[in-house]
Design a binder for this molecule. Structure first.
Ligand code: IPM
Ligand code: MG
Length: 361
């Protein structure tokens, strides 16, 4: 029987629509091949939504997302909206989407592909074989803690405030996702915090340590975030799965991504306790190359694969897409961000065509 899925597409801003178009073509082809059926509905988020409605996350968009089986997001933001008040910024729309769908767990794999070892800024022996999964808490911590704002003090001076806070249950639920994720990989989990300075991190460390008793098969270690940043560039192969809070995860996942040579290659999954997940590339909207047919669509396509694997439980379809991505790289196709000598430089659309062809073989 044909499996039917409702997919919400959020192309967003900048290169978003170009890379989304490639991912949708790929999904249509894989649906044909594996007897799946996708009903796509598109909705505005980020800058395009601000232009159309004044709100970076219109209620209707959130509603459409809630009523779907999975959400595929491209990228949001751009210079045009950078100076608007915070509640009208594209980023606020993204945070609202994460909070609105309860997506507390963000999985960001950073796996170096053998074809791209030389695209990394680090030495071959340091990055070859790197395969890290960053599990980032996504709906708590300093991104959402209260109080927050810019307040006036008694002297009339302004004071900016954000609050880094985690409750035990928030730590436990992301901890569980991380231990389970580690279990399916190399069974090594490194929890990253700043427990030498921050109380919130002390609680984090205590809870993760307690949780470890339930996962005796997973080897747990702890690192302070400054040390973790250093270890990531010094010897990344020591890491298997990393679990950390929202802000540290934001920073460390970019660093981990760059080990692989280009942030243009990496997908991510954001999951809640139930309901649809959001699947999106780790990279941003790259407004400098928007509309120029230069963007690398691979992270978007791999995000569609993650959607099939983690959101829709269709691992065979995910495998097919991931294999096609490997094959186009083996065949030497490269967008500008991953270009190296002797390879074939292509644009976004041509990369999409190559992927379709590989998928069709
Ligand atoms: C990310 C981004 C976002 C974040 C921004 C765009 C709000 O950097 O997904 O990592 O900080 O979470
Ligand atoms: Mg980030």
């Amino acid at each position: 029987m044909t499996q039917h899925y409702r997919i919400t597409l959020l192309p967003g801003d900048g290169i978003g629509p170009e890379i989304m178009a490639v991912a949708v073509d790929i999904l249509k082809l894989v649906a044909q091949q594996l007897d799946l059926s996708f009903e796509f509905q598109e909705a505005p988020v980020g800058g395009v939504a601000i232009d159309a409605t004044g709100n970076p996350l219109p209620d209707e968009t959130l509603q459409i997302c809630r009523n779907s089986d999975a959400v595929l997001l491209a990228a949001i933001g751009g210079y045009k909206w950078d100076s608007l008040p915070r509640h009208q910024r594209p980023e606020t729309g993204l945070l609202g989407l994460r909070a609105g769908l309860g997506l507390f767990a963000n999985l960001r794999p950073a796996k170096i592909l053998p074809q791209l070892v030389d695209a990394s800024s680090l030495k071959r022996e340091v990055v070859e074989g790197v395969d890290i999964m960053v599990v980032r808490e996504l709906t708590g911590g300093i991104y959402f803690g209260q109080p927050k704002g810019i307040f006036e003090t008694e002297t009339g001076e302004k004071r900016g405030v954000n609050t880094m806070a985690y409750t035990e249950s928030e730590i436990d639920r992301i901890g569980r996702v991380a231990f389970e994720t580690a279990r399916k990989r190399g069974s090594k989990l490194c929890s990253v915090d700043k427990a030498n300075v921050l109380e919130v991190s002390q609680l984090w460390r205590d809870r993760i340590t307690l949780l470890a008793k339930e996962y005796p098969d997973v080897e747990l270690s702890h690192l302070y975030v400054d040390n973790a940043a250093m270890q990531l560039v010094r010897w990344p192969k020591q890491f298997d799965t990393i679990v950390t809070g929202n802000l540290f995860g934001d920073i460390l996942s970019d660093a981990a991504a760059m080990l692989t040579g280009s942030i243009g290659m990496l997908p991510s999954a954001s999951l809640g306790a139930s309901g649809p997940g959001v699947f999106e590339p780790v990279h941003g909207s790259a407004p400098d190359i928007a509309g120029l047919d230069k963007a690398n669509p691979i992270a978007q396509v791999l995000s569609a694969a993650m959607m099939l694997r983690y959101g829709l439980n269709q691992p065979a379809a995910a495998d097919k897409i991931e294999l096609a991505a490997q094959q186009v790289l083996d065949a030497g196709y490269r967008t500008g961000d991953i270009m190296s000598e002797g390879m074939k430089l292509v644009g976004c659309r041509a990369m999409g065509d190559a992927l379709l062809e590989a998928l069709d073989r």
